[in-house]
Write a protein that binds this ligand. Structure first.
Ligand code: NAD
Length: 496
């Protein structure tokens, strides 16, 4: 063990883990007293006993959020004050960077290096970005004649439920919290049952930063109980959801069955990563294809899980990708050298393994990986997997696997590549490698995806919106466009 690894392990062994819900400015148990175990996927062992919230807790949190909203102490406070407080919240995330990175790593098996250098910083950046935006978003004055002045202004919605997944627990939460809080809403954050720890921890940091009690409540719990109760609650004004398409559809039903609450959906993907024969840097493309599917052990909504490569270069290109996969052995997430961590749960490991099995049965060629490794740890580790000879009818070409599994499909030329890329019910992201500017522009317009990367992959910043076409959802996270999910437009007509 390196000294750094020992440091993180010692730090982990003395870490205090808060696992209760946070309602109205205080940590509380679930009203039912029910709990569930929070499992470290790198060891298979429980690290905390978490409050299991249900409809009664949801009701309590909604009442708290509503009271805070109506009081105006956040919703109507001077924007400069909201900005100051959100900036302090962002700074507190950075001050607690080590603790939060450790919680994230222990909770979902993410390499500590990625959590420490990636997730925590990007989460703080998100809060900071929306803090800065607060007093830079303007309303409009409509052209309504000389006898009338018509102002068109944004108003916060009220109580917003943010329901998030486990793959980037803190980052996904902050993509919602940033714009929702900046706009003046109260937020009830429901983390995924697999990954509640950082959400629970930052609730107290929010209060410390000066966010009034009730403005941010955090409810750990199962989807079928806490999540569903939020979706059906008559006094929740909006749900900002990130997760699977199947559950996204449920939230639309919940909205219809209750109060037509606004719903924003960031759902799954099966993103194509196209490499054309004229790509002039196959090394860079291969690095990018490997990173595009193996980062975060493939548990990424916009993972480039379908490699669509021209037949003429396929063999040589796949050799390079396999080389990268071979250099990514899964390892202890608390070892700073580890780049591929654990799969989040036994259930997810089984799901990914069943897809690997189906790829073999359906006749795809396994080039590398496909095995569970490090079983002696008790954790859920899977070696990076590459399938060649994949055809469009196979399950590994169609379904979102959400694991480190790349499915390579060969095509002849640009038009077939675009057709194959678009042959999916998803439309979150797409990438294309080509030197030809016409091909790049043509593909960028033809690909049915919310994000297109040309000669790069998985790039982003808070300045550009992120979200999907088709069954990858609707509404956008990041950028000023995210305010559309957390505000309503009001027209005020003044006769004079
Ligand atoms: P999931 O849909 O199972 O769960 C997401 C959230 O919904 C969790 O908080 C969960 O508790 C809740 N939930 C589950 N069942 C529910 C129900 N019946 N009613 C109400 N709430 C319920 O997704 P997951 O497995 O946590 O995450 C993986 C999925 O998230 C993948 O499909 C991935 O593509 C997607 N994702 C999308 C984005 C994006 O920005 N588009 C980002 C990250 C992850």
């Amino acid at each position: 063990m390196t000294s750094e690894q020992i440091y993180w392990k010692e730090r982990a062994s003395t870490l205090y883990i808060e696992a209760r819900a946070y309602i109205d400015g205080a940590y509380v148990d679930a009203i039912s007293g029910q709990t569930f175990d929070c499992i470290n996927p790198a060891t298979g062992r429980s690290i905390a006993t978490v409050a299991s919230c249900d409809a009664a807790d949801v009701d309590r949190a909604v009442k708290s959020g509503r009271r805070a909203f109506e009081s105006g102490e956040w919703s109507r406070v001077n924007p400069l004050e909201r900005k100051r407080v959100l900036q302090r919240f962002s700074s507190l995330l950075l001050e607690h960077r080590e603790e939060l990175a450790l919680l994230e790593s222990l909770n979902i098996g993410k390499p500590i290096t990625n959590a420490f250098n990636g997730d925590i910083i990007s989460s703080a950046t998100t809060l900071q970005w929306y803090a800065e935006a607060i007093d830079k978003v303007y309303g409009e004055v409509a052209q309504s004649g000389h006898e009338m002045t018509t102002m068109v202004i944004r108003e916060p919605l009220g109580v917003v439920a943010a329901v998030v997944p486990w793959n980037y627990p803190l980052s996904m939460a902050c993509w919602k919290l940033g714009p929702a809080l900046a706009a003046g809403n109260s937020v009830i954050l429901k983390p995924a049952e697999q990954s509640p720890l950082t959400a629970i921890r930052i609730a107290a940091l929010a209060t410390q930063a000066g966010i009034p009690k009730g403005v941010l409540n955090v409810l750990p719990g199962y989807g079928e109980t806490a999540g569903k109760a939020l979706g059906l609650h008559m006094d929740v004004d909006a749900v900002a959801f990130t997760g699977s398409t199947a559950v996204g559809k449920l939230f639309m039903q919940y909205a219809g069955q209750s109060n037509i609450k606004r719903v924003g959906l960031e759902c799954g993907g099966k993103s194509p990563h196209i490499v054309l024969a004229d790509c002039d840097d196959l090394d860079a493309a291969a690095r990018s294809v490997a990173a595009g599917i193996f980062a975060n052990a493939g548990q990424v909504c916009n993972a480039g899980s379908r490699l669509i490569v021209d037949t003429r270069i396929a063999e040589a290109f796949l050799e390079r990708v396999v080389e990268h996969a071979a250099n990514l052995p899964p390892g202890d997430p608390l070892d700073p050298a580890t780049r591929l961590g654990a799969i989040v749960s036994q259930k997810q490991l089984d799901r990914v393994s069943s897809y690997i099995q189906s790829g073999k049965i359906e006749g795809a060629r396994l080039l590398i990986g496909g095995e569970r490794t490090l079983t002696e740890t008790g954790g859920y580790f899977l070696s990076p997997t590459v399938f060649a000879g994949v055809t469009q009818g196979m399950r590994i070409a169609r379904d979102e696997i959400f694991g480190p599994v790349l499915s390579a499909i060969t095509v002849s030329g640009l038009e077939e590549a675009i057709a194959v890329a678009n042959n999916t019910s998803y439309g979150l992201a797409a990438g294309i490698w080509t030197q030809n500017v016409k091909s790049a522009l043509h593909a960028s317009r033809m690909l049915r995806a919310g994000v297109v990367w040309v000669n790069c992959f998985d790039r982003g910043s808070m300045a550009a919106p992120f979200g999907g076409f088709k069954q990858s959802g609707f509404g956008r996270d990041k950028s000023l466009h995210a305010f559309d999910k957390y505000t309503d437009w009001k027209s005020i007509w003044m006769a004079h």
